[in-house]
Design a protein around this ligand. Structure first.
Ligand code: SER
Length: 388
């Protein structure tokens, strides 16, 4: 089952249960929001989770592109991507979490063909502020799905303050052996779908108050589910990455971890550019810059003649089309090449400056400060140049 079919099955399943499809937003949160990028499908819906009536009603479904930089160092493993798509559903003060979990179970098993014996759930076990989530526990027990209770892993929030709540996560077994152990003890259990009982707000002082309504916010990682349904061992092997796997290894013969980094970061950079972000030394632009610099560092490590100019248009346009971004692929290519050129000049200058006798010994904080302020050399770049 390809990702397109998964999306269609998911959306139709919830439309049949009176959910209205909302258009996913871009990666850029609304002005005034404190986060750099949309990190979850619920993010653009925060005002509605807090009680504002949504124009399309109380049951919503969508597909939202998300970007998570906290996982940047984990990219290259089997399950993490920087930009990914989240299939989401919401009950805005309408039905309860156990109905959402029941639908989730039935969609996965009847609708998408997952063997029920390969499922595991986790449920919030409670702490001194909030009791255990007995309704979710009961539901899983009725369905005969094994459950693990946790505390921190089953509490979802978008930040230190704001809407939050206990969640119940659905895991799929990805191992070659019959399922064993539990999600917190064996990482062959892959989390695919999180159902958050979003009914609290955390205040500045850490206390919890009830939201005006009891919501359910769910998010399912599309590429993770696709790779498992397609019998693949990593997200990089699901159909979304077909053109990347066909083109990139022939262009740049790299080892598998480096290929994964290139697929992930380059694809993410194209999407971020497609949403209108430009490279910069702060904020979103700096995330974009870091993604591209990490790609270039890998490419140039054993062949400095490689470059983003080698990249066929097809990969850029495939990515922009996939995310329905109406941007001219040649503009994106031009921006990629400009950034590559800037990085190459910066590296050259960095090598010259660091060759000075003043920088031969260990560097102090004021050296890093000077290199940054006077020569535009960020600390991480200085560190990697000194390791060359
Ligand atoms: N907000 C939850 C998450 O991101 C569910 O959508 O996992």
């Amino acid at each position: 089952m390809n990702t397109e079919k998964i999306v269609r099955t998911f959306v139709e399943y919830f439309q049949e249960r009176d959910h209205r499809r909302i258009t996913g937003s871009t990666l850029l949160p609304p002005p005034g929001d404190s986060v750099l990028f949309t990190t979850s499908g619920m993010h653009p819906l925060t005002p509605y989770l807090e009680g504002r009536p949504h124009p399309l009603g109380r049951r919503l479904v969508n597909v939202q592109r998300c970007l998570r930089t906290t996982d940047l160092e984990e990219v290259g493993d089997a399950t993490h991507l920087t930009v990914f798509e989240m299939l989401g559903t919401w009950s805005l003060g309408d039905y309860e979490g156990s109905l959402s979990l029941d639908w989730g179970y039935r969609l996965l098993t009847d609708g998408l063909g997952v063997d029920p014996g390969l499922l595991h759930a986790t449920v919030y076990g409670g702490d001194d502020q909030t009791g255990p989530d007995t309704a979710s526990l009961q539901l899983w027990q009725d369905l005969g799905v094994p459950v693990e209770l946790t505390v921190e892993d089953n509490w979802w929030s978008n930040g230190p303050v704001g809407p939050c709540g206990p969640d119940s996560e659905i895991f799929l077994w990805s191992g070659d052996t019959p399922p064993q152990s539990t999600p917190t003890r064996d990482d062959r259990w892959v989390e695919v779908w999180n159902h958050v009982m979003m009914r609290h707000r955390r205040l500045e002082d850490g206390s919890l108050v009830p939201l005006p309504q009891r919501n359910v916010d769910t998010g399912l990682g599309l590429e993770r589910l696709a790779s498992l349904l397609q019998g693949q061992s990593s997200v990089f092997e699901c159909d979304v990455f077909d053109p990347w796997r066909r083109i990139v290894p022939a262009l740049w013969p790299l080892d598998e971890p480096s290929l994964r980094l290139v697929y992930d970061h380059l694809r993410s950079a194209i999407v971020v550019l497609g949403d209108g972000v430009r490279p910069a030394n702060t904020g979103r632009g700096y995330v974009l810059r870091r993604l591209l610099r990490r790609v270039l560092t890998v490419l140039w490590r054993d062949d400095p003649s490689r470059g983003l100019g080698d990249l066929p248009d097809e990969l850029v346009s495939h990515t922009l089309d996939h995310f329905r971004q109406k941007v001219d692929p040649s503009d994106v290519r031009r921006l990629l090449l400009e950034e590559e050129c800037r990085f190459s000049r910066l590296l050259e200058r960095g090598r010259q400056v660091l060759a000075r006798s003043r920088f031969q010994g260990p560097l102090k904080d004021e050296d890093f400060q000077y290199l940054h302020d006077t020569h535009g050399l960020p600390r991480d770049l200085v560190t990697s140049l000194r390791q060359e």
